[in-house]
Design a protein around this ligand. Structure first.
Ligand code: SF4
Ligand code: SF4
Length: 85
């Protein structure tokens, strides 16, 4: 399973990431960061829908998303491959 990690303090709440996610798992949360922006989160905290495509990380203008993708050649749930930052 792939997963995303948010660097919430960088988020400006532009919601570009929510628009490009093919599985629509990213939503605006009710939490504000120190800059006063509402940050993004994964709907219900459920990463099952994450394909590891990294579209969200690529479009984020503030590099607020890191994507970890399961290595294809190794055992399942190995999340050691960081593909974008
Ligand atoms: S990596 Fe792809 S599927 Fe996962 S949250 Fe980002 S855009 Fe959505
Ligand atoms: S694209 Fe980046 S800055 Fe915009 S809402 Fe998503 S994480 Fe926040």
């Amino acid at each position: 399973m792939s997963r995303v990690v948010f660097r919430e303090e960088r988020c400006k709440g532009c919601l570009l990431c929510t628009e490009v996610c093919p599985t629509e798992i990213l939503i605006q949360s009710d939490n504000f960061n120190k800059q006063g922006y509402k940050v993004v989160c994964v709907k219900n905290g459920d990463m099952e829908g994450c394909k590891g495509c990294a579209f969200c990380a690529e479009i984020c203008p503030d590099e607020a998303i890191i994507v970890y993708r399961t290595k294809k050649s190794s055992k399942e749930n190995d999340l050691s491959e960081e593909i974008d930052e």
